[in-house]
Design a protein around this ligand. Structure first.
Ligand code: BG6
Ligand code: GLC
Ligand code: GLC
Length: 863
């Protein structure tokens, strides 16, 4: 008995396995797909084979990818994907390009998708009309770009005859006609507004252009959505359908049609044929029907029906729902439990075994889809590589492999975000703080400026790439205004590495010089001190240096109160240090002056760090539960206990070994400006040693620490002159770089700087989610004050950072506000409070237990 059951189960299992095996493609089969795709790409490009080619290789009249000089305001339509969208896109140029978008999604009812062409275009124009009303833009004649995700025979950038509908569309009287004309006529029919239709592009082209805006090296656009398609930059001389041999043009491959000439019948299954037969365009788009979202669910459904009929599933019962087209959407990452509940919601009474089988079916179908896309992609990449006649691609792909460990998926970044959140909690907790690596130092700053600060102050700013002394005058006539003058002073290496007393004497001397120049020698101005190192505060004007970081290493200062040390040195100048703030705090305060919402300050410069406003009740190290206090996280030390070992590379270890503080500030050493150039240099040395660069040439300059600087990374990553810069910089290192070398070095720089932006996005993401949780609100709206040379000078850094943060913390609206004037203004604000408090103290002889304050508590005391 038992064996009979077991035998039946085994044979059922075998039947299921055999069915799914037809979806498993061997490496040889995939190679064949790639080779066949490659042949079709060629046939589509050639005049005589084009008419019979299954991959149409349509010219797009897009000659180049964006170069960052684009600007203006455009209307855009996006038709053919899952949604129909109308958008306004504003591209501005300022210090960095900025793109703003507003969009609205509209439904296209099935009867319109499959009605008449006139109805379809009237509907589109009606949606545009609604959108223009909504945006209040009916009377501006905007240029319009039309993303139309169907194959079009284009004869110009604004002319495109629809070849044939694909996916879910089938409106009559459109195939063979110019889509732009049809749209124009519909606008005329409505006679309500006017638009200049300037371009029609396929969605793949739109995607490539969007990404090229981020990364100029992007030359391929892939859509794997409702449909499946690819475009790429082809050499004009290979596009026989278009006159001219110079330069490049983007080609819309329409690879979805691959297989229409029966050349992949060997890998199509009976389920593929069933799906095809039941579609709007039988026999067409065969590759698309094996790879894209619109069809994968259908394939799954066909397999399930078959397995059920054969008694292998759902106890052999086929429900009406299962017979309904389109009930499945494919998602192979669903957990078993989810599969079960989906099946239940579809009225399919499933056992646990059933869920397992369904999950396997989904996996097999989507795995094959991914593999087929991969094979197709490999054909396109091969084609591009051959065109260039160079190994560029090989190089970038090669480097990617080499530096694989520096590229993180969002999943990894989310994991790092979670780790940092735990570190923050450890730092805040009373029991865990003593051993925490991320110190979460209380700053005794309890709010951002409220607009009432005034006075005349001196600010010292020590610890970043410059030592600066500033005079900050805050006046109050009607409006609060700030006047600043500043001077930069040298801090020679022998001074920052000498004795502490010499360092502070030097600061005092510079201060004397500054006061003389400002003619304020006799004024006893309050001084605020931005000191960009980790300090333990017990009040605003007491700051014990925990440890030096970055370039500093003066003896006899660690463990001491820097206020005392500095006051001693400047005593004879008659001024007094009122407050010490970290640069992150100064930055947050500077930005908070302009934007009341600012509650985070970050520095991405020589070093890196962040501060933010934390609820006092969560800060075990400080008494009191009411209100908030700014916490200096000192996130540079993240990883010092080994938490980041899995993502540190051999290069990171080498940087650390050669630093002033081995074993410390491990996160900072992976991301900040002081180390980035060095990281790139070490990678280049290793690659040269392995013969991957400079024909193996290694020069003494290349081997010299500090010869490759972070500002070089920034220069090399500029989109326009980057390669020329690379050549200049590498030539100075004596390595005689080839063009390929320059491209490779640019790529290395991008990987290293990208990693930095990604890691910072993760730690910042952790702070943002914490803020959100503290506020107990579903969405966080906040401003991050930000400063630092790397962030300011690197051409792509800020954009990458912002983008990743938005991806990692989608439930937030974050404004990044650059502190144009450094941290001095913010330090002056804190000093203003501190000196008011002192005056108050003198007046009343009232003794505060701690010298800290925030605007709120302070105003209360005064009134
Ligand atoms: C400056 C701030 O703008 O940026 C300093 O005034 C801060 O306080 C510095 O330390 C950080 O950037 P970098 O690149 O100079 O270390
Ligand atoms: C279909 C269309 C193609 C489009 C793709 C992705 O394959 O024919 O033009 O790019 O879907 O949306
Ligand atoms: C270092 C310091 C930190 C500072 C940061 C940015 O990480 O330890 O205090 O904020 O550099 O300058």
């Amino acid at each position: 008995m038992v064996t009979a059951v077991a035998q039946r189960l085994a044979s059922q299992r075998k039947e299921i396995d055999d069915t799914l095996a037809t979806f498993a493609l061997s490496p040889t089969q995939l190679q064949e797909v790639k080779a066949k795709m490659r042949v079709e790409l060629e046939r589509g490009l050639k005049k005589d084979t084009h008419p019979t080619a299954s991959v149409k290789m349509l010219p797009t009249y897009v000659y180049r990818t964006p170069d960052g000089t684009e600007r203006g305001k455009y209307l855009a339509l996006d038709l053919g994907g899952t949604n129909f969208r109308v958008l306004v896109v504003k591209i501005r140029t300022g210090m960095r390009n900025s793109v703003r978008m507003y969009n609205k999604i509209y439904a296209i009812p099935l009867e319109i998708m499959q009605g008449t062409g006139e109805e379809l275009f009237d509907h589109i124009v009606q949606c545009i009309s609604d959108f223009l009303d909504y945006m209040g833009m009916k009377n501006t004649r905007l240029p319009l770009g039309f993303t139309f995700s169907f194959p079009c025979n284009q004869t110009g950038i604004d002319k495109g005859d629809l070849v044939s509908w694909t996916k879910g569309f089938k409106a009559t009287d459109c195939e063979g006609y110019d889509v732009v004309d049809m749209l124009r006529e519909a606008i005329k029919r409505r006679n309500e507004f006017d638009l200049d239709i300037v371009a029609i592009v396929n969605d793949t082209v739109g995607t490539m252009m969007t990404c090229a805006y981020e990364d100029p090296k992007c030359q391929i656009g892939l859509i794997a959505g409702t449909g499946s398609n690819v475009c790429y930059m082809e050499e004009m001389k290979n596009i026989e359908l278009v006159e001219g041999d110079e330069g490049q043009m983007c080609v819309n491959t329409e690879w979805g049609g691959f297989g229409e000439n029966d050349n992949i019948e060997d890998i199509r299954t009976r389920y593929d044929r069933e799906v095809d037969g039941g579609s709007l365009n039988p026999g067409k788009q065969r590759f698309e029907k094996m790879t894209s979202g619109m069809y994968l669910g259908e394939i799954v459904r066909q397999i399930l029906i078959d397995l059920t009929k054969r008694g292998l599933l759902f106890r052999g019962r086929i429900t009406e729902r299962l017979k309904t087209k389109g009930i499945f959407e494919t998602n192979d990452r669903l957990a078993l439990l989810q599969v079960r509940s989906i099946l239940q919601s579809l009225g399919l009474d499933s056992t646990c075994d059933d869920s397992i089988i369904v999950k396997e079916v989904c996996g097999a179908v989507s795995r094959r889809a991914a593999q087929l896309c991969g094979a197709g992609m490999a054909a396109v990449v091969d084609k591009i590589r051959e065109n260039r006649g160079l190994d560029h691609l090989e190089i970038t792909v090669g480097i990617d492999k080499y530096l694989y460990a520096m590229r993180f998926s969002d999943e990894t970044l989310r994991d790092i975000m979670a780790r940092f959140r735990r570190e923050m909690e450890n730092g805040l907790g009373g029991d865990t703080n003593p051993t925490a690596t991320v110190k979460m130092l209380p700053t005794f700053v309890r709010s951002i400026p409220d607009g009432s600060e005034k006075g005349d102050f001196i600010a010292l700013d020590l610890g970043g790439s410059n030592f600066r002394i500033l005079r900050v005058k805050v006046s109050h006539e009607k409006k609060q205004t700030v006047q600043m003058e500043s001077q930069i002073y040298e801090t020679p290496e022998d001074i920052i590495h000498g004795s502490g007393s010499r360092l502070f004497d030097h600061v005092a001397e510079c201060l004397g010089d500054f006061m003389e120049k400002q003619k304020i020698k006799d004024k006893k101005l309050p001084v605020g001190f931005t000191f960009s190192f980790p300090c333990a505060h017990s009040k605003l004007d007491e700051a014990v240096l925990l440890t030096w970081t970055k370039r500093f290493k003066a003896s006899g200062v660690e463990g001491m109160d820097v206020v005392k040390l500095l006051n001693k040195a400047i005593k004879k100048r008659g001024v007094n240090i009122m407050a010490v703030v970290n640069d992150t705090v100064g930055t947050m305060m500077t930005c908070g002056f302009d934007d009341q919402r600012c509650e985070v300050g970050i520095i991405i410069g020589t070093g890196t760090n962040a501060c933010y406003m934390e609820e006092l009740r969560h800060i075990d190290m400080v008494e009191g539960d009411e209100g908030r206090m700014c916490i200096n996280t000192e996130w540079g030390a993240f990883g010092d206990d080994g938490t980041l070992e899995d993502i540190r590379t051999e290069f990171d270890r080498e940087i650390d070994r050669g630093s002033l503080n081995p074993g410390k500030q491990l996160f900072e050493k992976m991301v900040s400006g002081m180390y980035m150039g060095e990281l790139v240099r070490l990678i280049l040395v290793k690659m040269a040693k392995e013969g991957l660069l400079f024909e193996g040439r290694i020069t003494p300059e290349l081997l010299t620490k500090g010869k490759f600087e972070t500002k070089h990374v920034s220069a090399i990553e500029k989109s326009k002159e980057g390669l020329t810069k690379a050549k200049e910089i590498l030539t100075r290192l004596g390595v005689e770089p080839s063009e390929d070398d320059c491209i490779a070095v640019q790529h290395v720089c991008a990987i290293v700087s990208f990693r930095s932006a990604n890691l910072i996005a993760a730690t910042l993401g952790a702070i943002l989610t914490r803020l959100k949780d503290n506020k107990n609100s579903p969405r966080l709206r906040t401003t991050v004050g930000i400063d630092g040379s790397l962030y300011k000078m690197h051409p792509q850094y800020s954009r990458r950072l912002h983008k990743t943060v938005r991806r990692l913390v989608p439930e937030s609206d974050v404004r990044f506000l650059l502190s144009e004037s450094g941290s001095g203004k913010g330090a002056a604000m804190v000093t203003a409070w501190a000196s008011r408090l002192t005056q108050y103290r003198h007046m009343t002889l009232f003794c505060f237990p701690d010298g800290d304050l925030g605007v709120k508590s302070f105003n209360m005391q005064l009134s």
